[in-house]
Design a protein around this ligand. Structure first.
Ligand SMILES: Cc1ncc(COP(=O)(O)O)c(C=O)c1O
Length: 452
């Protein structure tokens, strides 16, 4: 297999990035500060960004489908956010005190997210899911957590098991986690109502947590029916239902997946769009449950919750600026429309080019499945392999993924792994350029022996 041309072209187009990558390897393990940014032959270093475009340190424009790991529904640096953060910066970045912005920020969450009777801000989504679990344990006096295989909820001990493929054989995602933790985490196959009922009746856990549109932001979609079944079963077995809307909150609909599907969880975890592109997360939910964080509460014991950057004024300012626009419904509508059009056009391209890939997904999320050998019905709601999670989200050839991402970067597109997310800043001409980039990337990957 040749496999050399992409690396050669990459070195020609991104020489400064490769120099910086060498320096970065002397600072960070593998030269990166987030696992998913690791790329062979080296990551592209970005200098600045605006709207849908990032500019590499070499000055090359790149259409961005990472959108801040999903945080930038309005695209990069929208003027309202820049202005709000600049004004707040001049007024103070950290008061170590209550401030009015945190109230306005929480009120917007309450207005938009149906289950948000009360809110507590954290610094990240990982912290929000950790907090949800602690509350569930205090309130129910039970230990176990049921999660779905392949669902990602951040990197803390209790939810990282079974978050990454391969899901069969020895668990490779949990080095460093105490064995005692693992016995309290029950992982069940996604979208299997019978398996959920069995887990609830057999283990009687404190809670069930579900990624709102399915594992790895919809790579294995969950249906609205499954979410409703989860709500009914958790009520039947008196188990708390946590919906993780870190990605989907304010993205799939202004009120998240829970508003779209009409499902009311007990607690909801939020981050990303919530904080307008700055760090921040939140737990929202039933007032009686969040009372676990209150002094002199009904449980007689309070869950401690410090956190230096909770409700940081800069994140609050950015979050308010974005959520006020989210409330109009337009950003979600545009991002969803763009992704739908892109999925359709990419599938047409894959047919025309006889590439064994298929694009699928919901809302503003696009997943590309390589090595696809199934049928290609022409329907928006089509899910390859009838949703079998090991086929949609199984272990993949990492080298192929690097070649694929590098081939797209050579053609001005930065794709978020095999998947991508759209924002309201993506224009129709971005979509034209993206389809062309995929066309050329297919040519490169074929020449390097990756595609038949
Ligand atoms: C569904 C989901 N939950 C939780 C998290 C963790 O959020 P954070 O990266 O802010 O800790 C993520 C991050 O991507 C996520 O996608």
């Amino acid at each position: 297999m040749p496999q050399a041309r992409i690396a050669e072209l990459f070195a020609e187009r991104y020489p400064r990035s490769l120099e910086l990558a060498e320096q970065a390897r002397q600072c960070f393990p593998s030269g990166v500060t987030h696992d998913s940014r690791y790329l062979e032959p080296g990551p592209v270093f970005v200098d600045r960004a605006a709207g849908s475009i990032k500019y590499s340190v070499e000055g090359h424009p790149i259409i961005d489908y990472w959108v801040g790991h999903g945080a930038l529904l309005l695209g990069h640096s929208p003027s309202t956010v820049v202005q709000a953060v600049q004004e707040q910066m001049a007024r103070g970045t950290h008061f170590a005190a209550n401030h009015e912005l945190e109230i306005r920020w929480a009120q917007l969450v309450q207005q938009l997210i149906p289950s948000a009777e009360r809110v507590r801000f954290t610094s990240s989504g990982t912290e929000a899911t950790l907090m949800a679990l602690r509350i569930a344990r205090l309130v129910t006096s039970r230990q176990k957590v049921v999660k779905l295989t392949g669902h990602f909820h951040g990197w803390h001990d209790f939810l990282v098991p079974q978050a990454y493929a391969p899901y069969v054989g020895p668990d490779n995602a949990t080095p460093g986690i105490a064995d005692g933790v693992l016995s309290d985490v029950i992982s069940i196959p996604p979208n299997d109502v019978a398996a959920l009922e069995q887990a609830l009746s057999e283990h009687h856990p404190a809670c069930v947590i579900i990624e709102a549109t399915g594992g790895h932001w919809g790579a294995v979609p969950v249906s609205g029916e499954y979410l409703h079944a989860a709500r009914e079963l958790t009520q039947k077995y008196d188990v708390l239902f946590i919906l993780d809307e870190v990605i989907t909150g304010f993205r799939v609909d202004p009120g998240g997946a829970q508003a779209f599907y009409g499902v009311q969880p007990d607690m909801t975890t939020l981050a990303k769009i919530l904080a307008g592109g700055l760090p921040g997360g939140a737990l929202a939910g039933r007032a009686d449950l969040l009372d676990a964080l209150a002094f002199n509460n009904r449980y007689g014991r309070k869950i401690p919750h410090p956190g230096t950057y909770n409700a940081n004024p800069l994140s609050a300012a950015a979050g308010i600026a974005v959520l006020e626009q989210v409330a109009t419904g337009e950003p979600c509508r545009i991002a969803n429309e763009r992704a739908s059009e892109l999925r359709r056009r990419l599938n047409q391209l894959f047919i025309d080019k006889r590439a064994n890939w298929i694009a699928y997904g919901e809302f503003s999320m696009i997943h590309i499945l390589p090595d696809y050998d199934g049928p290609r019905p022409d329907s928006e709601t089509f899910i390859p392999y009838e949703g079998q999670h090991l086929k949609l989200d199984g272990a993949r050839n990492a080298k192929y993924k690097h070649a694929y991402r590098a081939a797209l970067l050579l053609n001005g597109v930065d794709w978020f792994g095999w998947g991508g997310l759209t924002s309201a800043a993506h224009s129709k001409s971005d979509l034209d350029a993206t389809v062309e980039a995929f066309d050329r990337a297919i040519g490169l990957l074929r020449a390097d022996g990756w595609l038949p």
